[in-house]
Design a protein around this ligand. Structure first.
Ligand SMILES: Cc1cc2nc3c(=O)[nH]c(=O)nc-3n(C[C@H](O)[C@H](O)[C@H](O)COP(=O)(O)O)c2cc1C
Length: 195
């Protein structure tokens, strides 16, 4: 059970810590919803790679479907669902690109094969077959040899700057807890919502 707190970030920290202990896989996995230029939504999972009071960071291919949609409309939503804890967190906000330095530092921390993968994958575009991907991996492996693999210009991160966060916790007989936070002016307002 959780009590409502004044600050959504301290509640987020507590819930994420418990998810890290309880979830068997990827407690940092979250659904990212974007909308296209016609207002049509789509969603997919991404991994949360950093967060603090300024926002929630994920990394991706900027030329992917989500990359294009974010360029057209920076408003997005994130969703965590931890089945082991019966908890959900919804986050809504607008994205800002991370700085090149931040993206470089994270890219440098990734395994070498993942770095090659970032060069090889034309994320979201049609692939003739598995062989085409493997050929591109071999090409970039040969290109970089044993040298440092620099971050591709089409690969970086986004920070979702939250304007609303909502915490949902299962309670018996569907009388769940819902704590909703909205950012207005310079502070956060907390409200209980009916389940
Ligand atoms: C658990 C999980 C984590 C994922 N993490 C990422 C991620 O951090 N970044 C990313 O670009 N794609 C990630 N993916 C793949 C995306 O869900 C998606 O297939 C890909 O980014 C292409 O999405 P798009 O065509 O909408 O741009 C992940 C998939 C799963 C299932």
């Amino acid at each position: 059970m959780s009590a409502m707190e004044n600050d959504p970030f301290s509640l987020f920290a507590k819930w994420m810590k418990e998810a890290e202990k309880n979830e068997p896989n990827d407690p940092n996995a979250m659904a990212l919803a974007t909308v296209d230029g016609d207002g049509r939504p789509s969603s997919r999972m991404v991994l949360l790679k950093g967060w603090d009071q300024t926002g929630f960071v994920f990394y991706t291919n900027l030329e992917s479907r989500k990359g294009g949609e974010i360029q057209a409309n920076p408003n997005v939503a994130l969703l965590f669902h931890w089945k082991s804890l019966k908890r959900q967190i919804r986050i809504e906000g607008a994205v800002q690109p991370v700085t090149p330095e931040e993206a470089d530092a994270y890219f440098a921390s990734r395994p070498r094969i993942s770095q090659i993968g970032a060069w090889a994958s034309l994320q979201s575009r049609p692939l003739e077959g598995r062989f085409e991907l493997e050929r591109r991996v071999a090409e970039f492996t040969a290109k970089f040899g044993l040298g440092e693999i620099t971050r591709p210009p089409h690969w970086s991160g986004f920070r979702v700057v939250p304007r609303a966060m909502e915490f949902w916790h299962d309670r018996p007989f569907r009388l769940h807890d819902r704590f909703a936070y909205s950012h207005d002016g310079d502070g956060w307002t907390a409200r209980h919502l009916f389940p």
